[in-house]
Design a protein around this ligand. Structure first.
Ligand code: PA5
Length: 428
């Protein structure tokens, strides 16, 4: 279970009486699936209901891909992309020693990025996991077509059947129709799980397994989270207490939540959180604006604003108690750089002192409220647990805000405009 510690007098002085009044109703609304968007609450107990046979099929497919190919192109955008990438980078780091490469495509319409990624894959024997719930999203559809062209040109059409795995809707969409017609292996994104809650389904699990991650341990963390973060006693439930805190901070005049990590390979967790909270809460003129920074890197850019800029934000720092890897600073007889005072110290220790010093500066001198979300260490189990913790938090805050945390009506407007400009048949 994660621990959330609250810092600053501002948080300590928050008046939780509204939460006392509304808590039971919100907890029951979530548990009984009776609130807005209630047909998208399948993620609540998805992990504990996932049949072992399906987990084995994901693992078997991943083993086949790792054995027969040198790389995997994961094609998807938004909820069909961010969770898998966040998990793979957080667990394997930014420079994994694994010879098997994972490349992400379909999350952009940038011609340069796409051309560069295709060039990286050229000459490598690669497979494709195309992920789209609707099966009609433009970005992944375009990238998928380009990838297929590349493979078909080199190996012929027959090759595609073995090399492509489609993760999509059970029955609808162009991708489902194509997968059926071409005989691609398929995994299902359940109807009752929206994109930004889908990292715990094959959307996240298959790419993770292909990256060599133990998905059973990840799911064990999620399953424990199902019990830990459903406790109706909000004072003892870190997900609900944190949700209440962020809601009340927002009401007190803080429109921005700044997610902070001290690990560059957690940066995509920040991106995943931005989608989770931004798409879930940002509607009806409401919601906290989620932002993210990586310290100490961004202390040299955003640190100034956080310390002394306009008082619009509070911080939520995601902090494992121990590092995945460590190094020691050596001694240098000449000590020309003056660093011998750090000789023998671990880099994780220095990073921790930076965290402590920064927290004190931001909270006590800068008057910036801060929550610290801590857990033992970044591994499969704790990541699954952490992601589920944030998903529960999001549902609870969404209902406090009285929005539907499971739809995204605003996303459709840009899509429509783009289709009109591109002349998509049937769209006016
Ligand atoms: O959260 C969401 O629903 C969106 O971000 C979608 O995940 C994103 O638009 C991709 O959609 P699809 O999986 O249908 O291609």
């Amino acid at each position: 279970m994660v621990k959330v510690q609250n810092y600053s007098k501002i948080i300590k002085k928050l008046d939780f009486s509204e939460i006392e009044k509304r808590n039971e109703e919100i907890c029951s609304t979530i548990d009984n699936r009776s609130g807005a968007g209630n047909d998208f609450l399948g993620w609540l107990d998805y992990a504990s209901k996932l049949p072992q046979g399906e987990i084995e099929r994901i693992k078997k497919t991943a083993q086949r891909i790792r054995k027969n190919y040198k790389a995997l192109a994961v094609v998807g955008i938004g909820g069909s992309y961010l969770g898998a990438r966040a998990a793979i980078e957080a667990l394997n780091g930014l420079y994994p020693s694994d010879k098997f490469k994972i490349v992400f495509l379909g999350d952009t319409l940038s011609s340069t990025y796409t051309a560069q990624a295709l060039k990286f894959l050229k000459g490598k024997k690669f497979a494709i996991n195309v992920i789209s719930k609707s099966g009609t999203t433009t970005e992944p559809a375009v990238a998928f077509r380009l990838l297929k062209e590349m493979l078909e040109k080199k190996y012929g059409h027959e090759y595609l059947k073995e090399a492509i795995v489609a993760t999509t809707d059970r029955a609808r969409g162009a991708l489902k129709a194509e997968a059926d017609a071409e005989g691609y292996e398929q995994f299902v994104i359940p109807d009752d799980v929206g994109g930004r809650y889908s990292v715990i389904t094959p959307v996240g699990l298959l790419p993770m397994a292909c990256a060599g991650i133990d998905i059973e341990k990840f799911l064990a963390g999620v399953k424990d989270g199902e019990k830990e973060y459903s406790n109706h006693n909000w004072k003892e439930n870190p997900a609900y207490k944190y949700a209440a805190t962020r809601y009340l901070l927002n009401k007190q005049g803080y429109p921005v939540e700044m997610f902070v990590t001290y690990e560059p390979h957690f940066a995509m967790i920040g991106e995943w959180l931005k989608q989770l909270f931004g798409e879930s809460e940002g509607k009806d003129g409401k919601g906290l604006l989620p932002a993210s920074v990586t310290f100490t890197t961004d202390l040299h850019s955003m640190g100034q604003f956080i310390q002394q800029g306009s008082k619009v934000l509070f911080e939520t720092i995601i902090m494992p108690s121990s590092a995945q890897k460590d190094l020691k600073v050596g001694n240098d007889d000449k000590n020309l750089d003056g660093l011998n005072y750090l000789a023998g110290k671990k880099l994780s220790y220095i990073n921790k002192k930076a965290f402590e010093g920064t927290l004190d500066a931001h909270v006590n001198s800068g008057n910036v409220p801060a929550n610290v979300v801590s857990f033992k260490k970044m591994d499969e189990y704790n990541l699954g647990n952490l992601m589920y913790f944030f998903m529960r938090t999001c549902a609870y805050t969404g209902y406090l805000l009285e929005v539907n945390p499971f739809n995204q009506p605003g996303v459709e407007i840009y899509k429509h405009n783009m289709f009109v400009l591109l002349g998509k048949p049937g769209v006016k």
